[in-house]
Design a protein around this ligand. Structure first.
Ligand code: HEC
Ligand code: HEC
Length: 460
């Protein structure tokens, strides 16, 4: 799957689909309590059986760090502490006063009404102190990050998840390049970034002190929390991480597809056919990376195997950063990520995103180059059969993979649907593309069955 690294990555959906949502963690008291709480909340939530196996433990974005005094807490105290942090975290998430400009909150780029992705269709969002600066990447959804594993160069599933001997290659971590493992470390990035919130620990502390929720913040983190900017800043990051683990907001599993898996909804002909094409190893083969089946222990699919993969997304010439012809966003090998710099096998790879709620997004791929699912699907179907539709043509020659220098092309995925050449039939025709898009629309949370779910329908 990622030649040059392992050459043996198994993408044949079946085995990948065995991966359990979350690997067992270190068993921290609070993490366990959190998991238990998630389960409780998830269970209360719409009574969906799908929620059963979801929050089984800490993952990259979850597992709040247990501090010494917390370790001695009773379960009830832990719950109360998590509840307080979540409430404060929510306030922080929507608070633009944390930013240097005073105009940008986390929610500005991660809108709750759009699956916590942007409300507008800009490829990259505007930020910085003048609100005119841009980065190089599209803002992803914040939903279903709870089961992203910590980044590993060589990921092995545990034996009961799949086949322990299979090296799944680079997998996991938060952001498009997997460069941080925890929600708290991730939150630090936009808060301090000069082209995003452009703040400092001191500014953040001043903002929180002056905020209407300052007392709640003190109640959650202790009387003396404001004594140091560093301590306050760390608490802010922790509260944001805790908020991002609210199951009913961030991983509710309430899509039509979840209802379908639970036997509580039927897919239309088009949606069913789309699912078939999505799964078909010779057609879309989408499920080899965007897992669509429940795991062995019944946990709902995350629509990602969290692998970092190079698929040769075209250069987005609309991005200011790309005006420099020598600039390339190479994903895991840099420039945003620095620890794998110079490791050629990691160049051009980006973490496979979940497709849950993807129909709410308005920009797709790491550089936000496409703005409709049709365009994305055509890219998958015709990248190799009709490259001239996606890449620049000069003097009659197509400059394929124009956002990845040729010396890294060995990293590109070559399995279906990327196994064709010019002249071949596209992997998917227009009708199939339409049906896959119809299927992707069943992955949006908040599905309401026409007749009230849970009663007579369940008996059928
Ligand atoms: C200016 C827009 C913007 C703002 C404001 C912003 N983000 Fe993001 N967010 C992004 C972008 C872009 C990425 C992808 C970054 C990358 O890959 O380097 C991202 C990635 C993330 C991720 C990782 C998602 C994944 O799929 O791994 C999380 C979690 C996140 N943001 C949370 C937050 C929080 C919490 C805040 C507020 C403190 C915030 N963001 C503020 C644009 C923004
Ligand atoms: C070899 C693994 C692989 C296969 C097969 C694959 N994808 Fe992807 N998918 C990815 C990766 C990696 C990305 C992110 C690439 C990037 O931005 O550079 C992605 C991104 C996407 C996105 C954009 C999501 C977003 O939030 O921006 C959509 C939609 C998508 N894939 C749908 C599909 C469909 C439909 C298929 C089948 C036709 C498919 N994928 C097949 C790995 C894969």
């Amino acid at each position: 799957m990622r030649p040059g690294l392992t050459g043996i990555r198994n993408t044949a959906g079946q085995r990948r689909a065995l991966r359990r949502a979350v690997p067992a963690g270190k068993g921290a008291v609070l993490a366990i309590a959190l998991a238990a709480m998630s389960l409780t909340l998830a269970a209360c939530d719409s009574g969906s059986t799908a929620a059963g196996g979801t929050a089984t433990g800490p993952a990259a974005a979850s597992s709040v760090k247990v501090t010494a005094h917390e370790a001695g807490q009773t379960r009830a105290q832990v719950y109360e502490s998590v509840r307080q942090m979540t409430a404060v975290g929510k306030q922080l998430f929507f608070d633009a006063s944390l930013s240097g400009s005073g105009k940008l909150a986390c929610a500005s780029c991660h809108s709750p009404d759009h699956g916590f992705s942007p409300a507008n269709s800009l490829s990259v969002q505007l930020g910085g102190n003048d609100m005119h600066r841009t980065g190089m990447r599209a803002a992803p959804t914040l939903k279903y990050l709870q089961s992203v594993p910590a980044f590993a160069e060589h990921y092995h599933e545990s034996d009961d998840e799949g086949d322990e001997s299979v090296d799944a290659g680079p997998t996991g971590g938060l952001t498009w390049d997997g460069r941080v493992d925890r929600g708290s470390d991730q939150a630090r990035i936009p808060l301090l970034s000069s082209f995003e919130m452009g703040s400092t620990p001191a500014k953040v502390t001043a903002a929180v002190k002056a905020a209407p929720y300052a007392d709640a913040f003190r109640a959650a983190f202790g009387e003396h929390i404001f004594d140091s900017d560093d301590a306050t800043f760390k608490a802010v990051l922790q509260a944001l991480e805790t908020f991002e683990q609210t199951p009913e907001l961030f991983y509710p599993y309430t899509s039509k597809y979840d209802a379908y898996l639970a036997g509580k909804a039927q897919l239309t002909q088009a949606e069913l056919h789309g699912l078939q094409v999505f799964n078909d190893e010779k057609k879309g083969n989408c499920a080899s990376c965007h897992i669509s089946q429940r795991t062995m222990d019944g946990a709902p699919p995350q629509f990602s195997d969290f692998g970092l993969i190079a698929i040769g997304v075209p250069r987005n010439r609309a991005l200011p950063v790309n005006r420099d012809p020598h600039f390339y966003d190479l994903g895991a090998c840099g420039p945003e990520r620095t620890d794998l710099k110079g490791r050629d096998g990691f160049c051009g790879i980006f973490r496979t995103p979940t497709l849950r709620n993807v129909a709410l997004k308005k920009s797709f791929f790491h550089n936000g180059i496409y703005h409709s699912l049709d365009q994305v699907l055509r890219f998958y179907a015709q990248r190799d059969t009709n490259p001239e539709k996606f890449y620049p043509v000069s003097k009659g020659k197509v400059r394929k993979f124009d956002d990845l220098p040729q010396r890294y092309w060995a990293n590109l995925n070559t399995e279906p649907p990327f196994d064709r050449k010019p002249g071949d039939k596209p992997t998917l025709d227009e009708a199939e593309i339409k049906d896959v898009v119809a299927f992707l629309n069943t992955l949006t949370d908040g599905y309401q069955a026409e007749d009230k779910p849970g009663h007579s329908a369940a008996a059928n």
